[in-house]
Design a protein around this ligand. Sequence first.
Ligand code: PMP
Length: 395
Amino acid sequence: MNAPGPAFPATQPDQVFDWLDAEATKRTEAGLTRRLRPRGPVSDELDLAGNDYLGLARDKRVAGAAAAASLRWGAGSTGSRLVTGSTELHAELEHELARFCGTQAALVFSSGFTANLGAVTALSGAESAIVTDKYIHASLIEGCRLGRADVAAVAHGDPAAIAHALATRRKRRAIVVTDSVFSVDGDLAPLRELSEACRAHGAALLVDDAHGFGVLGAGGRGAVHEAGLSGEPDVVTTITLSKALGAQGGAVLGPRRVIKHLVDTARSFIFDTGLAPGSAAAALAALGVLKEEPDLPGKVLTAAQGLANGLREAGFRVSTPYGAVVSVQAPSADAAVSWAAACAEHGIRVGCFRPPSVPDGVSRLRLTAHAALAESDVERAVKVITEVAPRGARG
Ligand code: PMP
């Protein structure tokens, strides 16, 4: 039996959460508190913060499909996917996603976050090693933490480090987990080299293509497709329906037996209410638009490059955009927050990344390009961001 622990004194109920105030004070002192800024349905702001890369969230074909499906099928899916939460819309969406990307099968989740949790946990376990890039998305990190696998997070964008971790692992089974386009800096993982490392060491490859799907690859089929890896027997892709498709939800795409395994074992699939029918219908409609307008993704890249070039010429430290994401380094977390706020005052909404989303010392503005950005929008954004830049931002 364990030795008895110390006896803790009784507390008044209204003191139980006093520790939260101390933590909040620490965050305030470090400039790390966060604030919700509810927006209205329409805005005059130029949006360089949202993930609606193709402008489909408000497209009448997409929003109209969501409205019609909600009226026909109900506002919610009414249950988990294995009980009452799978409609014909979910089945059609899975079929169409798999066909579009060239995989054997697909499985729709209620978000990209739960898709990542489900895929990582179900495809690893106590008998597995997981090797990741250290900058993978938080949802993948949570998936790694939840399982009982050996986890090695190696240097960013370094296939040799991944190969070394695979070669020195202690578990027979292994999976390499990476983002395609990294969400903070917008850089692209070396997917082909990672696949080669996986094959050399008998590992599976799981790629989160949240920011690549709908933007990269032929007609927006994603970074995995562009790398020639879609449909490969050892590759699994996760996507979100909430960025390029302008809807909500997530999906895992891959070999049929992987998808079957997820249906049977992925807890974030089994114990979660199915995606709302309106969201499934919106994603289906958005996929239809993408097929009809295959030049949409290219417009995102043009706008992203315009933003990056303009800001670089103005003297800022700017990432090279591979997809929609452009990041601009700020001198400090506080400076990033006030820089973003000043942009908002001038009608430009930009994102702002600081700890814990990024490591200490590399806070930044995060801009997202959209297909509908005109050249004049890009010029205006560069002008405003430059005019309100904090001291020390250039260099
Ligand atoms: N992966 C990446 C790389 C992301 O950026 C996000 C969204 N921030 C997600 C997964 C989660 O997707 P969702 O928002 O659909 O839960």
